[in-house]
Ligand binder design. Structure first.
Ligand SMILES: C[S@@+](CC[C@H](N)C(=O)[O-])C[C@H]1O[C@@H](n2cnc3c(N)ncnc32)[C@H](O)[C@@H]1O
Length: 317
């Protein structure tokens, strides 16, 4: 944690849709998450979960400034009402749960995930960070019957809604769980993190080709990704207060974990691409993700981080 110092260029294209109208000056930048994570045959079982946990943690560390900016914004939106009970849906290793517990002093945070392993990692983290007395975990498959959580003042769903088998149903459950006047904040990835310049070391466009193939895989395997979330939130009964797009552009000096983040991200992608890229591209990718080579992302000093994410803030009337 604590990479608040690095340089983080921003140029936001955010439009705030107060009462569904208008485009305000937005601001910010940053953030996309490890959802490259979920698509496809990236390791299963314990090794897969360990890799996923590491990627989620690195994501939180490198994109710290994005998360910090979003929680500050949400804190402002929540001002004026109680915000004592917060629900993190699909919490993973707790990036959001921890950031919210730190931002909303004294609040109780319930972190829900279907992965016992990720929740165990979350519990380690909250002990280390001293918020264990305010964050609790619930292991639940949100595609099945929902435990009773409510009423909560704030529900948070970061890169998790698109995982739901039936997002309409999940949003109906969330609506019933958020108190009248309370908020749902949903974040979704528009563009996954990229680390290399377009014309990179003789493998020009390699990263773009990887992302194109991954997009095709995701379209089949995660069909709800890229849904019109604003429309779905409205349909569930929420009033959209704002929709903001965060463009991440991190340039040197980068957070120290950036090399490991790039390596973990590209490894995750690599595992799904075996017979879908040319031999030359696969070899170039292997060079990038190898741990020790001078051309591996761990040792390169010319990385950047670019990604895009959209966040909706919606209120239950
Ligand atoms: C891409 S991760 C995002 C994790 C975290 N919100 C973050 O931003 O770092 C998606 C999370 O949703 C969880 N998830 C997916 N489907 C779920 C379901 N049906 N019920 C509960 N959790 C689920 C996964 O286990 C994973 O931890």
């Amino acid at each position: 944690m604590g990479n608040a110092d690095h340089h983080h260029q921003s140029a936001t294209r955010s439009h705030e849709a107060a009462e569904g109208t208008g485009a305000g000056p937005g601001h910010t930048k940053t953030g996309a998450g490890p959802d490259h994570a979920h698509a496809h045959a990236h390791g299963t079982g314990e090794a897969g979960e360990t890799a996923m946990a590491e990627l989620l943690d690195l994501d939180a560390e490198v994109l710290f400034s994005y998360l910090s900016e979003v929680t500050a914004w949400v804190h402002d939106l929540a001002a004026g009402g109680p915000h004592q009970r917060i629900l993190d849906l699909g919490s993973g290793t707790g990036a959001g749960a921890v950031a919210l517990a730190q931002r909303f002093e004294g609040a109780e945070v319930i972190a829900v995930d279907k992965s016992a392993y990720l929740l165990a990692r979350l519990r380690e983290k909250i002990r280390d960070l001293g918020v264990a007395d305010r964050v609790r975990t619930v292991e639940a498959d949100l595609d099945a019957a929902w435990p009773v959580f409510g009423p909560v003042d704030l529900a948070w769903a970061s890169s998790s809604l698109h995982h739901m088998a039936d997002p309409d149903r999940a949003l109906g459950e969330i609506f019933a769980t958020v108190r009248p006047g309370g908020l749902l904040v949903a974040a979704e990835i528009d563009s996954f993190p990229r680390f290399l310049a377009d014309a990179d070391h003789g493998s020009s466009g390699l990263e773009a080709r990887c992302h194109d193939v991954m997009a095709g895989i995701r379209a089949e395997e995660v069909p709800h990704m890229g849904s019109d979330w604003g429309a779905l939130l409205s349909k569930a009964g929420f009033t959209i207060e704002a929709e903001r797009t965060f463009d991440i552009v991190l340039t040197p000096p980068l957070p120290t974990a950036t090399g490991r983040y790039a390596q973990a991200s590209l490894r995750r992608i690599r595992s799904g691409l075996d017979d879908r890229l040319s031999t030359a591209d696969l070899a170039a990718l292997d060079t990038l993700i190898s741990g020790d080579g001078p051309d591996g992302v761990l040792r390169r000093d010319d990385l950047t981080v670019r990604a895009e994410k959209t966040v909706w803030a919606a209120r239950r009337p």
